[in-house]
Design a protein around this ligand. Structure first.
Ligand code: NDP
Length: 456
């Protein structure tokens, strides 16, 4: 059978674009469909604009910090509209770059949907392909409490005409804590409402505790162990009622309660592709679905929802289908960062996860970073190594503090290469940096053991 294309990619985000581009570079005849802006969530309503906003928020504190260094700088007024216009211009530039990357592909700027194992309906036509890759990503989960229609989700906050003076954020995952820090840094009063005792479930407990302290020190009002019962609107004003009856008057309620795969109406049933309860497409380690001609990469598979993972999966798949075999990626120990204030970065096992595998040596440093010895801003840096006691391999590294993402990226190479604590110890540090603490931790803070083991 002859097909219109060797490969049809549904979704022009980070994963889809990489997969299409690499397949075309291997000589495949490729088509890509994107219904919205090129670059997907990361470029348009995610990582990139968020990080620009985090950078904007850091200047507010920098003015106060500079006084400790002898400057008499005066705080200015932040112009939200100017920031959004600058951010939009940069995103438009990136959209153009992403679209140009598709120069060797047939591009459909329309929604595509599966109609069979080898067919897709797009822009009113049915086209066929030998292989189809679904790379449609995810969408924010709307809240289900009363008055949800009076709330915004992360897509909306990138387009707000102005920054409200007071903001309530629901949730304490990546998005909630990142925006809590940046909105507070830009001058809003933020209140964070979350059901767990500490933010960032799944992260190392000590980091979670450190982040809660840092957010409180920044002035964010924390409401742990709480959920929103309802939201009422009166004009632009919102009244939030928590599950304990407490009420908060605010200008904006931002719901950041997770994201789900964007597979509704995508034709999965027509093509026979199986998906889970959240609409996540089930795939194996080669990104293959249960239908041999259909693959899925990135957030639509709802495993590790991070841009570089989607890119790795897309690249690897294109190499395997059309190139000289897949490029190898290590997806067991993927480093990740949370651009909270200050940021968090982490790679490998938490203390609790390591202890579940056997006794772990724990090394911790908590200190005032050099900048804040003079700025007097109450801010601590926390650095932690988790070492498997039996092998002495460093199985986890965690940091809360300035430059954490930049530092942990390098540490993750050592951990992926199987470095031991002794390898860290014989590495000479760079002075004076925070990063050098990772190679100068000499005194073990404690031995972590699984609760059952500890009780024996
Ligand atoms: P997360 O899954 O990280 O967090 C969801 C939050 O919502 C948690 O605090 C969760 O609480 C809470 N929650 C979920 N359901 C309810 C409910 N019914 N009632 C009350 N609270 C609820 O989602 P995000 O939206 O923050 O981010 C989505 C994904 O996007 C992340 O998982 C991440 O993969 C990706 N991302 C990555 C970034 C990065 O790499 N820096 C930045 C932003 C997003 P609980 O913990 O108690 O379950």
């Amino acid at each position: 059978m002859t097909y219109d294309f060797d490969l049809f990619v549904i979704g022009g985000g980070s994963g889809g674009v990489r997969c299409a581009r690499m397949a075309a570079s291997h000589g495949a005849k490729v088509a890509v469909a994107e219904e919205a802006a090129w670059g997907g969530t990361c470029v348009n309503v995610g990582c990139v604009p968020k990080k620009l906003m985090v950078m904007a928020s850091e200047y507010g504190n920098a003015v106060a910090d500079s006084h400790g260094f002898g400057w008499d700088t005066q705080p200015g007024r932040h112009d939200w509209a100017k920031l959004i216009a600058a951010k939009d211009a940069e995103i438009a530039r990136l959209n153009g770059i992403y679209k140009r990357l598709m120069a060797n592909c047939t591009v459909f700027e329309a929604r595509a949907k599966l109609t069979g194992p080898h067919s897709v309906e797009v822009a009113g036509n049915t086209v066929t392909a030998k292989h189809i890759v679904v790379a449609v990503g995810g969408r924010p989960i709307p809240p289900d409490f009363a008055g949800a229609e009076h709330c915004v989700i992360s897509d909306d906050v990138f387009r707000m005409p102005s920054l409200p003076a007071h903001i309530v954020i629901a949730g304490s995952g990546y998005i909630a804590v990142e925006f809590a820090g940046l909105f507070q840094g830009l001058g809003a009063q933020v209140e964070l409402v979350y059901r767990a005792p500490l933010p960032l479930r799944g992260f190392d407990e000590e980091l979670r505790q450190g982040l809660a302290e840092a957010m409180a020190a920044q002035g964010i009002r924390l409401h742990p162990g709480r959920t929103i019962a309802r939201v009422e609107a009166a004009g632009a004003q919102r009244r939030v009622t928590l599950d304990n009856g407490e009420t908060i008057e605010t200008g904006l309620v931002f719901s950041a309660l997770g994201r789900q795969p964007y597979t509704k109406g995508l034709g999965l049933e027509a093509a026979g592709v199986t998906a889970g309860a959240y609409g996540e497409i089930h795939v194996d380690e080669t990104s293959a679905t249960n239908v041999p001609s259909i693959f899925a990469i990135g957030d639509v598979t709802h495993r590790i929802n991070l841009t570089p993972v989607a890119i790795a999966e897309g690249h690897s798949l294109a190499d395997r289908l059309f190139g000289r075999g897949p490029r190898k990626w290590d997806l067991d120990r993927v480093a990740s960062a949370v651009f909270s204030t200050p940021p968090i970065a982490t790679v490998g096992l938490t203390e609790a996860q390591a202890a579940a595998n056997g006794p772990a040596d724990i090394y911790v440093e908590k200190f005032t970073p050099m900048r804040h010895t003079l700025s007097k801003r109450p801010r601590k840096t926390l650095m932690k190594l988790v070492v498997d006691q039996a092998t002495q391999k460093v199985v986890g590294a965690h940091m809360l503090g300035e430059d954490a993402p930049e530092i942990i990226q390098g540490i993750s190479i050592a951990i992926n290469a199987g470095a031991t604590k002794q390898d860290f110890d014989r590495t000479v540090g760079i002075h004076p940096t925070a990063a050098e603490e990772f190679v100068t931790m000499r005194t073990r803070a404690r031995v972590a053991e699984a609760p059952a083991r500890a009780a024996e």
